[in-house]
Design a protein around this ligand. Sequence first.
Ligand SMILES: NC(=O)c1ccc[n+]([C@@H]2O[C@H](COP(=O)([O-])OP(=O)(O)OC[C@H]3O[C@@H](n4cnc5c(N)ncnc54)[C@H](OP(=O)(O)O)[C@@H]3O)[C@@H](O)[C@H]2O)c1
Length: 366
Amino acid sequence: MKRIAILGSTGSIGVNTLNVIAAHKDEFRVVGLTANTNTALLDRQVKRFKPKIYCAAQEAGVEGLIEVATHPDVDLVVMAIVGSVSLVPLLEAIKAKKQIALASKEALVSGGEVVMKAAAKNRVKIIPVDSEHSAIFQCINGRPRQEIKKIYLTGTGGPLRKVHKRMFNAFSPEEMARHPKWNMGKKISIDSATLMNKGLEVIEAKWLFGVPLASIEVLIHPEAVIHSMVEFIDGTVIAQLAATDMRLPIQYALSYPKRLPLRFGLELDFKKTNKLTFCQPDSKKFPCFKLAQDAARDGGTFPAVLNASNEETVLSYLDRKISFTAIPRVIEKVLSKHRSKPSPDLGDILEADSWSREEARILCCR
Ligand SMILES: NC(=O)c1ccc[n+]([C@@H]2O[C@H](COP(=O)([O-])OP(=O)(O)OC[C@H]3O[C@@H](n4cnc5c(N)ncnc54)[C@H](OP(=O)(O)O)[C@@H]3O)[C@@H](O)[C@H]2O)c1
């Protein structure tokens, strides 16, 4: 029995994780749950899964999250909180030597170096939940870094792939949050529309797999059958294919290194898959993708500032305070004002994060 805590159990990843656990009651037990504002759903989850410890972060604060993440009965922590608020509880879970199933990409974007150093020091394995990173992890399958030539990180291109840029502001935030292939939380859905999500995923992959940025290439693959690929030095390319349902990578992250049977009827049907296409992302049409690449290249506290200003501008967009096309403009302005610190420690990252939020809020008039 793996004993599991889910931080962010009321979100899209959290609910899917509980679905996986309910389908494999003989393998997993829920020990801890956390929500933020959705206490009604948390109450229902508590009644059904009977965790030993649970809290709502809006009342219990980060301390509450840390208490759940480091509870002595927990073997594995599923990090499913949206945003860089996940960074501190993630680090505490690592220090408590809990195995990690990581969905909260913002923690790695902001504090990748600090997180990976803590994981190495405490011999903690971080198993990715993000479908692309789960795919890469499965393709690499423990092979040494020197054998990896290239990572092809795929993405559908988001809901605006076929839409002309001049039409971007014609959609409401609610329409924009409806992804053609994946059913996700609001913030990541908007990140998919701006293509910021792919930029964040490149930074996430760099840290998780310890490869240089130059060896990660993003490919737009609208069919979303291949979830990513790895090219090895002998010219072999290994791809991971699966249905587009987050329960699959979540199940793998929970059961790793074992594989468990699929109980959701989600097998791929190759009779219906008659073509697989690939093209390059258009960073002129989607400036957020370029901003993320630049921040990744410049390093230091730039990725933390990119991430925090993105979180704030996406919130402002969802609140109808700014237009969709203002999102990259605000982030670019905040980045241009920032003085980065090389090899930042946790304090530098948190400081850059709150500075960036404040700057973005001012620009969005919030
Ligand atoms: N959804 C996907 O398919 C998917 C795929 C790959 C990666 N991810 C990543 O997984 C993470 C979660 O995404 P999601 O789509 O599941 O998001 P979501 O549906 O918006 O859920 C977010 C969760 O975080 C909690 N939360 C929000 N703010 C918090 C705070 N300040 N303190 C503590 N908890 C807080 C929410 O609690 P309440 O709801 O109770 O307020 C909810 O449980 C993100 O980093 C995302 O990039 C998601």
